[in-house]
Design a binder for this molecule. Structure first.
Ligand SMILES: Cc1ncc(COP(=O)(O)O)c(C=O)c1O
Length: 352
């Protein structure tokens, strides 16, 4: 009988995080501001030939390299950052090799590690949910081949110190150290300038968040040219579609859109923070487009009650260390008026 590899068969069934979007989607950290009008205009001007011909990823890689200030050989474009993670993990993690990360973090890391048959080494952050740097350093072993760190982190929104991340990269020269900068635009701190001095360091980016292009799927992996050349060897040549490649120049050019969106998100997360303070709810100071808040034992009911009020938020209780926590994406200013009201009502209802 046909059987998949054991590491695939033993994975838990993957459930799409999208379950009937019957409300304002503040559960997946997408942009609620849409995307740049310049991108929309470019989409509307697409020619038939731009769609019927295979895409030229290299043109996009040169644009991104120029934008990020690295060499084109250091850039691999991918079908969303998820694909970058998959390629990176497949390149360095063999069966029995160790994938190291700290919980709570992005749920794709353990899933990909397990699929590859790697030994998934998960450390737990303390109460503050900050990156447990000393524990990570202590747990690096000769078998550690990938260390994954989201910075800022999802679901906490917290940022680690750049010096700590570099310490980790230096302590594990035989491991690929991935700094996942999916939310970098909302925080401003990047390790890109450190790539030159750390040949085992990778920085990944996405157009799904601040650029509002989650549906078009575009991710970026940067690292030492030699390492990126290994990933390029087996990345599918047409992994990135011609539609998003055609829009890339406009997306990068419209930094005003990105800046305005980021400014709005920062105000929105401040409003959430003030409300949580007022309601006496513990939350983590976020440098992203979402905020994690501890609701407590009634977290599930909170999510349901928010849904009834037309707002979808994410129950993060399943993420280790986040029991009773809910993650809320920041919406536009007018959406936030309703969201804050819905939170107030929901909490009042639960305290009655
Ligand atoms: C930390 C982190 N990394 C990567 C991704 C995946 O991004 P993409 O849409 O580019 O696959 C996400 C998406 O939520 C994320 O939160």
């Amino acid at each position: 009988m046909l059987k998949p590899r054991e590491s695939i068969a033993s994975l838990s069934p993957c459930h799409s995080p999208i379950v009937g979007r019957d409300g304002l989607s503040l559960d997946l950290n997408e942009s609620m501001a849409g995307c740049s009008p310049r991108v929309l205009a470019r989409l509307r001007s697409l020619s038939a030939a731009e769609i019927s011909l295979y895409p030229e990823r290299e043109v996009g890689e040169r644009l991104i390299a120029n934008f990020l200030g690295v060499a084109p050989e250091q850039v691999l474009l991918t079908n969303g950052m998820d694909e970058a993670l998959s390629l990176l993990f497949t390149t360095y993690l063999g069966a029995g090799d160790e994938l190291l990360f700290a919980d709570p973090t992005f749920v794709m890391y353990p899933m990909l590690g397990e699929a590859l048959g790697a030994k998934v080494v998960r450390l737990q952050s303390g109460e503050d949910l900050a990156l447990p740097v000393a524990n990570l350093l202590a747990r690096i072993s000769p078998r550690t081949r990938v260390i994954a760190i989201a910075n800022p982190n999802n679901p906490t929104g917290l940022v680690a110190q750049r010096a700590d991340l570099l310490k980790i990269a230096e302590a594990a020269p035989d491991a690929a150290v991935l700094v996942d900068e999916a939310y970098v635009e909302f925080c401003g701190e990047t390790l890109l300038p450190d790539l030159a001095r750390h040949p085992n360091l990778f920085v990944a980016r996405t157009f799904s968040k601040a650029y509002g292009l989650a549906g078009l799927r575009l991710g970026v992996l940067t690292g030492a040219a030699e390492q990126i050349s290994y990933l390029r060897r087996f990345s599918l040549p047409f992994n990135v579609n011609s539609v998003v490649l055609a829009c890339l120049e406009e997306a990068l050019a419209d930094q005003t859109f990105v800046r305005d969106h980021v400014a709005q998100v920062k105000q929105g997360r401040e409003r959430l923070a003030r409300l949580f303070d007022e309601l006496g709810l513990h939350f983590w100071p976020s440098q992203t487009n979402f905020v994690l808040v501890r609701i407590g034992a009634s977290a599930k009911r909170f999510v349901e009650s928010m849904r009834r009020r037309g707002v979808l938020v994410r129950d993060s209780s399943g993420n280790p260390g986040c029991e009773g926590c809910v993650r809320i994406t920041v919406g536009t200013p007018s959406q936030m008026d309703g969201v804050l009201q819905a939170i107030r009502e929901t909490i009042a209802e639960s305290r009655r």
